[in-house]
Design a protein around this ligand. Structure first.
Ligand SMILES: [Fe+2]
Length: 318
């Protein structure tokens, strides 16, 4: 069915939920290709003990981490909450919803608590600063002035450096069950969905989606998405990666659900990193009217044909 899209203002107090996708952690057999890929993408990749920490330049927060593992897989996903909310969130997960609390993986002990989602993905909720966006991040489109050449020569193309992590998209085994689970346990809300995908936002103000799901036979990382200032940065980023040998991907295009402009670069393990600009923003205390959209009407507004393996889950083991 076709749904209305837009804001329905509603004052709301007392709602409980995480405020941010704090960090995604990826395990791969060899950290060197990860270092090269994410540094090439424009991230500040730092050595952190035996692991890699994925920062954006000028930002202390580690939006992602890469650890050594026998095979590439999504190691875990961390969500941040306010200090006062942590005990209430744990009580909701553990007592109200009967979800088993598990031990943290070695090296990731924290102030929070850990559990598995219905597809088996390991999830952490912890107290952390709010790193999701507090407002719509403005773009930088500006028309060149008369009488000067606005574009630099290619040798002087500026390096693209994403500003922050926007969201990640996880493969999951049952999208309906994932929407229900993440709503009831983490307080995320459905923004929009199609038959095999769903997009969820935080209740304290966030991008249209900080977490998204795609149907698969196993959990996994489909893509991480990084905010850049505008369409020119998306194109420059795609070229930056192309020049470094990362030539598979999808873009330039514009999504319908979230409205962001995108270019996806395929990583060394078959998943993707997305340059994203101008994603819709859902302010705190406003309710978004979620829609269930036809796939052919909502995947992308414009852009080239996606690659044949765009929705393939290489973590599913075949
Ligand atoms: Fe995305």
């Amino acid at each position: 069915m076709t749904a209305m899209r837009g804001y329905v203002p509603a004052a709301e107090t007392g709602a409980l939920g995480v405020h941010s996708l704090d960090q995604f952690v990826l395990a791969v057999p060899d950290l060197r290709p990860a270092q090269a890929f994410y540094a090439g993408f424009g991230l500040d990749v730092r050595q952190s003990g035996d692991d890699l920490a994925l920062h954006t330049f000028g930002h202390d927060h580690a939006w992602g981490a890469v650890v050594a593992g026998a095979r590439k897989h999504l190691h875990h996903v961390s969500f941040g909450c306010y200090p006062d909310d942590l005990p209430y969130l744990q009580a909701r997960v553990e007592e109200e919803n009967g979800v088993e609390i598990v031990d943290p993986p070695a090296g990731f002990e924290s102030n929070g608590f850990w559990f598995r989602d219905p597809a088996g993905a390991l999830i952490e909720v912890k107290v952390a600063p709010k790193t999701s966006a507090d407002r719509k991040m403005a773009g930088t489109w500006s028309s060149g002035p008369e009488g000067v050449a606005a574009a630099p020569v290619r040798a002087n193309a500026p390096a693209v450096r994403p500003r922050r992590l926007s969201h990640m998209l996880m493969f999951t085994t049952d999208v309906d069950r994932a929407i229900d689970f993440y709503s009831r346990n983490l307080g995320l809300r459905l923004s929009d969905r199609s038959d095999a995908v769903a997009f969820m936002h935080g209740i304290h103000g966030s991008d249209h989606h900080i977490l998204a799901f795609a149907q698969s036979e196993a959990p996994g990382l489909h893509h991480c998405s990084w905010d850049v200032a505008g369409i020119d940065e998306i194109g420059l980023g795609a070229m930056q990666m192309h020049d470094k040998g990362y030539r598979k991907g999808w873009g330039l295009g514009r999504h319908v659900l979230g409205s962001n402009y995108f270019h996806y670069v395929q990583d060394p393990w078959g998943s993707f990193a997305e340059y994203s600009a101008d994603i819709d923003y859902i302010p705190k205390a406003q309710q978004w009217q979620a829609g269930h959209h036809k796939p052919e009407d909502s995947f992308y507004l414009w852009g080239p044909e996606p690659p044949a393996d765009f929705a393939h889950n290489y973590e599913a083991g075949h």
